[in-house]
Design a protein around this ligand. Structure first.
Ligand code: GAL
Length: 377
C-alpha cells in the first residue's frame, strides 16, 4: 500500500506546486466500481458506484498531504470514486467543501477538521441525506452525526513526547532542568489529549522541582499555538527567551508537533544555542525536515504516526459502514464529542530518535535515505 505514497513523495517541487495550485479544485478520481479481492483481482462489490468525499485541513503541512494522498490512493484501489479537497486551514473553505460533497451525492465523508466544533451544520445535512461520516485523526465535536473515529492513541502520543523529553534531559546531567511547554491549537481536540498525556508525566516532576518552567506558563491556554503554526511558535519561543532566559539556560522544550518544533529550533539557534549544547526538543509526525534535524542532533525526537495505516483504517470503516456492518472499534469510552461517545479505532505510535530513524522510517519505506539526507520529500 505504500507504493502509491512513495510515488507521491517522489514528486518534484514543481509537482508539489501543481498539486498545491489545484488545492481547491475538483480532484475527483473516477474509477470503475469494483473492489479488490484478496487475490488482488478486481471484483464487483461495496465500492461499485460509491463516492467518498475526503476533506483534509491543509497542504501547508506535509503530514496532511501524505494523509490525503494515502486515503485517496487506497480508496481508489478499492474501487471507490474519490473527491479529495484541502482547505488551506480556512474554516469557511472547509465547510463549503463539505457542503459541495454533500450536494454532489457522496456516500461517505472522511473529514479531518480544521476546527473540530465548526462542522455541526454540515454533519446534520449529511445525516439527513443518509451519508456516513468518519472523523479522521481529529474528532469532530458537538454533533450526534459522527459515525466513527479513526485516529492514533492521542493520550499516548503526549505520554511518549514527555517520556522522550525526560530521557533526553537525563543526558544533560543532574537537574533541576529548565523546560518550556508548547501545545497545539485549542480548536483541535487532539491538542488536549497530547497536552494532558504529556502533563501526566511532567506535572509530578514540576511539583517535585525536578523540572522548572521559568515562564510559569503551564496551562494549555498559555502554551497553545493557534493552527499549529511554525511562525507563531517561533515568536512565542523568542518571547520566552527574551523574558526568562537572559542568563539562565533552557534545557528542554515540550513540542507537540514537528512544525512547531522547527519554529522553536530556529528561535533557539537565533538565541545562540549550538549543537553541542542544544536543548531537548520533542515533536510529532516524522515530517521529513524534522527527521533531518533529528539525524543532525538538533531535534531530539518525533512521534511517528504511519499515515498509511490510518488511511487503511478509514477505508475499512467506510466499507463496513456502506455494507451496513458495525466497524470494529477498540475504544468505545474515551472520545466523547460533547453529544455522544464516538466509537473509535486507535492506532499505536512509535517514538523516533536518532537511534531508530532507519528502522522506523527507512526500513518501513515511509521515507527513503535520500529524502532523509536532503530533508525534503
Ligand atoms: C493534529 C494531529 C497531529 C499534527 C497536528 C498539526 O491534529 O493529530 O499529528 O499533525 O494536528 O497538523
Amino acid at each position: 500500500m505504500n507504493i502509491k505514497r512513495r510515488g507521491f513523495i517522489g514528486l518534484s517541487a514543481a509537482g508539489i506546486a501543481a498539486v498545491t495550485l489545484a488545492a481547491c479544485g475538483d480532484d475527483t478520481a473516477t474509477t470503475p466500481g469494483s473492489t479488490t479481492g484478496t487475490d488482488g483481482s478486481a471484483e464487483p462489490g461495496t465500492a461499485a458506484g460509491k463516492k467518498v468525499g475526503v476533506a483534509m485541513p491543509t497542504q501547508t503541512s506535509e503530514r496532511w498531504i501524505a494523509d490525503g494522498e494515502a486515503v485517496k490512493s487506497q480508496l481508489t484501489d478499492a474501487g471507490f470514486e474519490v473527491d479529495l479537497q484541502f482547505a488551506n486551514d480556512d474554516i469557511p473553505t472547509q465547510s463549503q467543501q463539505v457542503d459541495q460533497m454533500i450536494t454532489k451525492g457522496v456516500n461517505v465523508l472522511i473529514i479531518a477538521a480544521i476546527d473540530g466544533t465548526a462542522l455541526a451544520p454540515q454533519l446534520d445535512a449529511a445525516a439527513a441525506a443518509g451519508i456516513k461520516v468518519i472523523s479522521y485523526d481529529r474528532l469532530i465535536r458537538d454533533s450526534e452525526n459522527v459515525d466513527f473515529y479513526v485516529t492514533f492513541d492521542n493520550f499516548k502520543v503526549g505520554v511518549a513526547q514527555a517520556e522522550s523529553l525526560v530521557s533526553g534531559l537525563e543526558t544533560k546531567g543532574a537537574g533541576p532542568h529548565n523546560v518550556e511547554l508548547f501545545a497545539g491549537s485549542l480548536d483541535d481536540n487532539n491538542a488536549f489529549f497530547f497536552f494532558n498525556g504529556a502533563m501526566s508525566i511532567l506535572q509530578p516532576k514540576i511539583d517535585a522541582g525536578d523540572i522548572v518552567v521559568k515562564s510559569g506558563q503551564t496551562t494549555i491556554e498559555q502554551a497553545a499555538i493557534l493552527r499549529w503554526q511554525q511562525e507563531t511558535a517561533q515568536r512565542r519561543m523568542d518571547d520566552l527567551m527574551t523574558a526568562h532566559y537572559g542568563s539562565d539556560k533552557v534545557h528542554g522544550v515540550l513540542s507537540p508537533y514537528d512544525g512547531i518544533s522547527r519554529g522553536i529550533i530556529t528561535s533557539l539557534q537565533n538565541a545562540g544555542y549550538k549543537l553541542e549544547d542544544f536543548p531537548i526538543v520533542t515533536g510529532q509526525d516524522a515530517e521529513i525536515g524534522s527527521v533531518k534535524l533529528i539525524v543532525e542532533g538538533l531535534q531530539f525526537s518525533t512521534i511517528f504516526k504511519d499515515t498509511r495505516d490510518l488511511a487503511a483504517e478509514a477505508v475499512r470503516v467506510a466499507t463496513d459502514l456502506l455494507e451496513g456492518k458495525e466497524p470494529e472499534a477498540n475504544d468505545t469510552e474515551t472520545y466523547d464529542n460533547g453529544k455522544k461517545v464516538v466509537p473509535s479505532y486507535l492506532l499505536d505510535v512509535i517514538t523516533v530518535t536518532k537511534e531508530n530513524v532507519t528502522e522506523a522510517l527507512i526500513d518501513t519505506e515511509y521515507w527513503t535515505q535520500e529524502q532523509v539526507d536532503a530533508g525534503v520529500a
